[in-house]
Each structure stands twice: as structure tokens, then as C-alpha cells.
Design a protein around this ligand. Structure first.
Ligand code: DHE
Length: 527
């Protein structure tokens, strides 16, 4: 196992006997490892491994020593007006004190990871020729839901028809998302620790067939969805090391690693940590689209010839986060949430026709698409920073005047919105408000009428505990599934039309459910 390296040689020397920064902030070796773990678990997602800032501000010693231990402790205890939550319930007083000092010494630098090192962790648990050639059960696996059990380090597979638990797989630490292979037969997981797994839905119970660790921090994974490449490749975007990895789609053998370290799109300055945020797979070309968060580029990676890899780099906006396809599957929209903007990309012309101002901190997940009677096809995003859903027109052919403009902003129950969902067969739009400071709103959903967006929104209180997060439809588009994100978690299934509760799935195994991914909708990018 490699040791963490320290950015400054002098810091490395100092660390062997505890560490003191220029203004004599002392951090012992033991405190350094507590700080390192807590920072990785709680802070690096927003502030970056090197603390250069992204969704959260820069936390390098130059700035943190000017703030000082007491001010940093106050931020950790109470949060900030800029949107940082209070860490009072997540870190003890002692841990907050350690963190306040840890943040004033230079950031430890985690190790790089080469292809050879990735291969050391690579395990094929069921070789491809030992896997069934057809489903071994009579269940409607295309209506399965993969459910992340975040803090249990597992994923559950639930039968969407019967609502029964089909099986649980050990995915590893804090899985962030699941995605389907193009055939839908496999599901991939990616954990915050850079471990990826693939499980087979054709066996009686879902079976883990391969795993690999390709970094120490990651959030995104997808498959090759273009005709002729179905289930052939997978791609993983790392937060650390800043790179993406192309893998065999059935065995997860890592094939190629590409660094994202490069210059920022606007100031043309070198950035040592451009993290890969959302990845989406094209249905109309052998291409993946990657958000390169810190440099503000969107990379279009052509996977048809891995030896002569072609990457188109589009200037977009900084701190790109998440987003998804417009309904034409030719254009897609990505949020640069700290700049309050959404970047539109045309994958055919390979350019950026527009960057749209939408309000405070858009957070679309993958967004939601529908055909609006007034504006034509639209894509929508909730916001972290305001209680509103922004609609952008997405049809440059038949509704040119509305294309790539924010055509409407609809009020919703709460701010702190993370995800929105609809389905082509539904008349409703469901929105969460997971990170709203008001616990009532955190536990409730907003439901809008697609046919009349001016009609006051309806709300449902889903639970009396935890946070309510992430929505997903079933294959027919007549049910909405939502997670109650708590130690004793729940999945609540609503009838989309009547908005009545159909089923509350509970059980000891339902530990901290977050994202849910229906096979049919995930394969087809239906949202
Ligand atoms: Fe996520 C998607 C990153 C916090 C649950 N999250 C994503 C994506 C990225 C990302 C880049 C897009 C993946 C894609 O489409 O390829 N998320 C981050 C962070 O950096 C951040 C802000 C902080 C962190 O340290 O992780 C963060 N995310 C969260 C949460 O706190 C959530 C609610 C619970 C958790 O697991 O930590 C959470 N993120 C999700 C989910 C998705 C997601 C469920 C997939 C949504 C979808 O429908 O595609």
C-alpha cells in the first residue's frame, strides 16, 4: 500500500513528528490522519482534494490561516450563508477542532494510480463464458430497480413488478451512482473510493461478476451505448487522481487511462486537479461526454478507436457538475452550479450553442424532459439555492424562439433541490428538496402538473425522519419511487396519477437508500 505524499517536502519532514504551519498551528500525526479521513469523507467533494475550491471555496493555507482556527470552527459548527451545511451532527467537537487546524496545514497529496496498479485490484469473479446466455428466472428484469444502500456499502435489486427484494450485492464504500449496460443485463456501480463493480441481473439473484479499483475518489461511470458497441466498454471518471479510465464492459479490465490535468478554459492556467464529474453516453455516435469540472471543458471522447483516441474539447464553464440529455438525444445540458448556469452542447455539430443563466445553483441530476404545450420540448432543473424549477426550451427546429432560453421558472416547495423526474407517459413532474434547511421540506416532495404549470404545486410529506431524496419511475411510467435516506431507510412507491402511496418498502437491509435506477429508464435515458 502506497503512503500519502505531502505537497511540500518540508511538510513531509514535519509530519513525521507532528506538523506546525507558519503561524504555529499544530497538528499531530494522529490528528493528521483523523483530519485526512474526515476531509475525504465530508469535504473533498465540494472543495477538492487539493482544496483549490470548486463547489465550495478555496481552503488552501493562505486563506485558512488568515481565517484562523476559531473562525473555521464556527463555519464547521454552524455552516455558512454560501450553502455549506453545519457539521455539528457529523463531526464531534474534537473532530471539528482537529479539522479547523488540519485545514491550515498544506493539503496531503494522495497517490497517483497507474494501469498496472488498477490491474492489481481487478477481479473477474465469474468469467464471461461461465455466465448464463439467457435469464435464469421469469422475473421482469427490465423493470428491476438497482438501489444504492449508501452507508451499508451495498446495492439492492428490487423487482419493480412485485416490489420484492431480489438480492443484495456488496459493492463497497459509499456507492455514488449505478448505471446500466446498453443491453440492461448488467448494472455498474461506482463508489466514492474509486471501486467499481458490475453485477449480472440474469442470474436467479443478482451476481457480482467483476470488480476493480481505479482511483481513490470517483463519482461517475457509464457504458458504451452506440450500436455495435453494446456492453463492450465502460468508462469511469475519477475525482482523484484526475483522470478517466476506459474498461472492458463485461469484465472491467482497465484498458486505458487518460489524465485530465490541463489548462482552464478561460484563463488558460494549469490546473492540477480537474475532476471528472458527470459522464453521459451517446446513442447516436460511439461517444461519451465528460464534464471536466475545474477546467470548465466538456470533453467528447470517441471510443471507436482506442489506440488513436480522439477527444473534442468544448469550452463550457467552470465547475461543471451534473446534467443529462435533451429529449432529441442529440443535445445535452450540464450545470455549472457555482456559476448559476447551464451549458448546452450539440453533439452533432460538436459545439456549445448556448450557456443559459438559470438562477442560484442549478442541480439537475440528469434533469427532466417533456413536451410543453406552450414552449415545445423543454428540459428542467431544480436548484440548490432557490425554491424553483427552471425550464429551458430544447427544440431549435420547430420552436426556435424558445431554444436554449430559460422560458419559465416555476416555484417549488423548497430550496436544496437535488433531483427532478418525469416520464413521457406521465402528466406530472416530481421534485425533491433534500437539502432545504427546514426538515419539513427536506421530507416532502413537490408535484407539478405538466399540463398547467401555473396551477399551484401539490406537496406530499413522505416521512417523519431522514431526508427524502431522488426519484425514479418504473418502466411503464405509472409509479414514482422515492428514497427516505436514513439509517432505517424506506423506499416509498407512489401511483403517479393519483399521487397515493402504493407501497412502503422497509426492512433491516434498507440502510441509507439514495439513488434508484430502473433498468429500462436507465438504458434508454428516459427522464
Ligand atoms: Fe452526487 C450524481 C458528485 C453529493 C447522490 N453526483 C452525481 C454526479 C456527480 C456527483 C458528478 C453525476 C454522475 C453522472 O451522471 O455521471 N455528489 C457529487 C459531489 O461531488 C457531491 C456534491 C459531494 C460529494 O462529496 O460526493 C455529491 N450526491 C451527493 C450526496 O450527498 C447524495 C445526495 C448522496 C450521496 O451518495 O452522497 C448524492 N449523486 C447522487 C445520486 C446521483 C448523483 C443519487 C445520480 C443521480 C441520477 O439520477 O443520475
Amino acid at each position: 500500500m502506497k503512503k500519502w505524499l505531502y505537497m511540500l517536502p518540508v511538510a513531509a519532514i514535519a509530519l513525521s513528528a507532528g506538523f506546525a504551519s507558519a503561524n504555529e498551528v499544530k497538528v499531530s500525526d494522529e490528528e493528521m490522519s483523523i483530519g485526512k479521513k474526515a476531509y475525504f469523507d465530508r469535504c473533498s467533494g465540494c472543495h477538492g482534494t487539493l482544496r483549490k475550491g470548486a463547489t465550495g471555496p478555496n481552503l488552501e493555507p493562505k486563506r485558512t490561516t488568515a481565517l484562523g482556527t476559531d473562525a473555521l470552527k464556527v463555519f464547521l459548527e454552524f455552516g455558512t450563508p454560501g450553502g455549506m451545511p453545519s457539521f455539528k451532527d457529523m463531526l464531534t467537537e474534537k473532530e471539528r477542532d482537529i479539522m479547523a487546524r488540519f485545514l491550515q496545514v498544506p493539503a496531503p497529496l494522495p497517490p497517483e494510480m497507474s494501469l498496472a496498479e488498477m490491474k492489481e485490484s481487478w477481479k473477474v469473479l465469474v468469467p464471461v463464458d461461465k455466465r448464463p446466455s439467457k435469464p435464469q428466472h421469469n422475473r421482469n428484469w427490465k423493470n428491476y430497480f438497482g438501489v444504492i444502500l449508501r452507508d451499508a456499502g451495498k446495492a439492492a435489486v428490487i423487482d419493480g413488478d412485485t416490489k420484492e427484494l431480489v438480492g443484495i450485492v456488496d459493492t463497497g464504500f459509499a456507492v455514488h451512482i449505478l448505471r446500466s449496460s446498453a443491453s440492461g443485463r448488467y448494472m455498474y456501480s461506482i463508489g466514492r473510493d474509486g471501486k467499481a463493480t458490475i453485477f449480472d441481473l440474469w442470474t436467479d439473484k443478482p451476481t457480482m461478476v467483476a470488480e476493480v479499483k481505479v482511483g481513490s475518489d470517483a463519482r461517475s461511470i457509464d457504458s458504451s451505448k452506440y450500436k455495435g458497441f453494446e456492453d463492450k466498454y465502460a468508462i469511469i471518471g475519477d475525482y482523484w487522481p484526475p483522470q478517466f479510465i476506459i474498461l472492458d464492459g463485461q469484465t472491467l479490465e482497465p484498458i486505458k487511462v487518460v489524465s485530465t490535468r490541463s489548462m482552464t478554459y478561460d484563463t488558460n492556467e494549469y490546473h492540477p486537479e480537474p475532476r471528472v464529474a458527470a459522464i453521459i453516453a451517446s446513442h447516436i455516435a460511439p461517444e461519451w461526454m465528460l464534464n471536466i469540472k475545474e477546467t470548465g471543458y466538456i470533453w467528447i471522447v470517441d471510443y471507436s478507436d482506442l489506440k488513436n483516441l480522439k477527444i473534442t474539447q468544448l469550452e463550457a464553464e467552470r465547475f461543471l457538475h451534473d446534467g443529462g440529455w435533451a429529449s432529441d438525444k442529440r443535445h445535452f445540458l450540464m450545470a455549472a452550479n457555482m456559476r448559476n448556469r447551464v451549458v448546452v452542447v450539440d453533439t452533432k455539430n460538436k459545439n456549445v450553442p448556448a450557456i443559459v443563466d438559470v438562477g442560484t445553483k442549478p442541480h439537475p441530476g440528469r434533469g427532466a424532459n417533456w413536451d410543453d404545450s406552450k414552449f415545445g420540448p423543454v428540459w428542467a432543473t431544480p436548484h440548490l439555492g432557490e425554491p424553483a424549477l427552471a425550464l429551458i426550451g430544447t427544440d431549435p427546429v420547430n420552436h426556435k424562439a424558445n431554444a436554449w432560453k430559460m422560458v419559465k421558472k416555476v416555484p417549488v416547495l423548497g430550496a436544496g433541490g437535488l433531483f427532478v423526474k418525469t416520464h413521457p407517459k406521465s402528466d406530472r413532474i416530481w421534485v425533491d428538496s433534500t437539502l432545504d434547511p427546514d426538515p419539513e421540506k427536506t421530507r416532502s416532495l413537490t408535484i407539478l402538473n405538466k399540463k398547467n404549470l401555473d396551477e399551484p404545486f401539490k406537496t406530499i410529506k413522505v416521512a417523519d425522519h431522514g431526508r427524502v431524496v431522488h426519484l425514479e419511475y418504473n418502466d411503464k411510467g405509472d409509479e414514482v419511487w422515492v428514497s427516505v435516506w436514513d439509517k432505517k431507510g424506506e423506499i416509498v412507491v407512489y401511483d403517479d396519477k393519483t399521487m397515493k402511496e402504493k407501497k412502503r418498502i422497509t426492512g433491516d437491509w434498507l440502510v441509507t437508500p439514495t439513488g434508484k435506477f430502473n433498468v429500462t429508464n436507465t438504458v434508454g435515458d428516459i427522464y
